[in-house]
Design a protein around this ligand. Structure first.
Ligand code: NDP
Ligand code: A1CAB
Length: 266
């Protein structure tokens, strides 16, 4: 792709996206430019990821054909005020910020812009991201295909109606955090029984990866796949019974409700 991709903000999520794009060889490092607040982040990104970095958000805005806003939601508005007069005419602006709506974006620019609201996740770094997108009416089919090509270079992408966007972080944007907690807990349980910690992490992570692939590749209902593991009268159903007793599923659903409530208030 022969487009300059700009990132304003280059923290954990932007680094995962840039790493994913570069690994997929979709865009070369010279075509990506990012700004960050601290010298430490700029030096780290420049040295470890190999892209150009700058302290000037305006420099990024002036260069970008596709401009990612990858700062926290609470400074989104200030960053847009700073760059709004420096954009290329046909730029596509992509926010990754949780809770920032298309109308928040377009209102802040004070002129019609091509706007994409997205919710990616950090597994983008290893090419296994899950991103949801929605667009405004100025984004053409060609623009959308270009944006989808970028997101699909580092994982899967779904276009959704904007009214669902506040619910996506709980499912796929934030959920890697809970999955890591689950992997840690599985490993701790193994360590408790004497399994060496490194082996326990590998076994737990591979079991999660394999189970996820089974859902995606067999097309079977997760409940059916669970039933296939539960040998009648065996050990797994004992674990399943205990998880139900401890409120495993309702804990996950309540956690997601908290996550979505926070997104709506960011
Ligand atoms: N982390 C995740 O898993 C996900 C995050 N998001 C969204 O991504 C966005 C960033 O989150 P995350 O990467 O976790 O946060 P980070 O704190 O890691 O990154 C924020 C970045 O913004 C930079 N920054 C701060 N102020 C400015 C400024 N005035 N101008 C330019 N850059 C600035 C920071 O610079 P410095 O490093 O120097 O402080 C940092 O690089 C958020 O809106 C979040 O909702 C979306 C999906 C998943
Ligand atoms: O914690 C957050 O607010 C962001 C949104 C999704 C993941 N991280």
């Amino acid at each position: 792709m022969n487009k300059t991709i700009g990132f304003i903000g280059c923290g954990k999520m932007a680094q995962a996206i840039i790493g994913g794009i570069l690994k997929a060889e979709k865009v070369s490092a010279e075509m990506i430019i990012a700004s960050a607040k601290s010298k430490a982040t700029r030096a780290y990104v420049n040295e470890t990821i190999g892209i150009k970095t700058t302290s000037s958000n305006i420099q990024v805005a002036e260069a970008a054909d596709i401009l990612f806003l990858a700062v926290k939601p609470n400074i989104h508005q200030a960053v847009i005020s700073e760059i709004k007069d420096s954009l290329k005419q046909e730029v596509i602006v992509v926010t990754i910020a949780a809770g920032i709506s298309i109308s928040d974006l377009t209102d802040a620019f004070l002129r019609p812009i091509k706007a994409v609201r997205s919710m990616p996740n950090t597994p983008s770094l290893v090419g296994e991201g899950m991103s949801a997108l929605c667009i405004n009416e100025l984004v053409t089919n060609e623009d959308l295909n270009e944006v989808k090509a970028i997101f699909s270079s580092f994982g899967k992408v779904e276009v959704v109606n904007e009214h669902l966007m506040d619910s996506i972080p709980a499912i796929s944007g934030s959920s890697p955090a809970y999955v890591y907690m689950f992997i840690e807990a599985l490993a701790d349980g193994g360590v408790k029984d004497g399994v060496p910690r490194e082996q326990a992490y590998k076994m737990a992570a591979q079991a999660v990866l394999g189970a996820a692939k089974m859902v995606l590749e067999t097309g079977k209902h997760p409940g059916e796949l669970k039933d296939e593991v539960c040998t009648p009268g065996g050990a797994t159903i004992e674990a399943v019974g205990e998880l139900e007793k401890q409120g495993f599923r309702s804990a996950v659903i309540s956690a997601m409700e908290q996550c979505t409530a926070k997104i709506k208030n960011l």
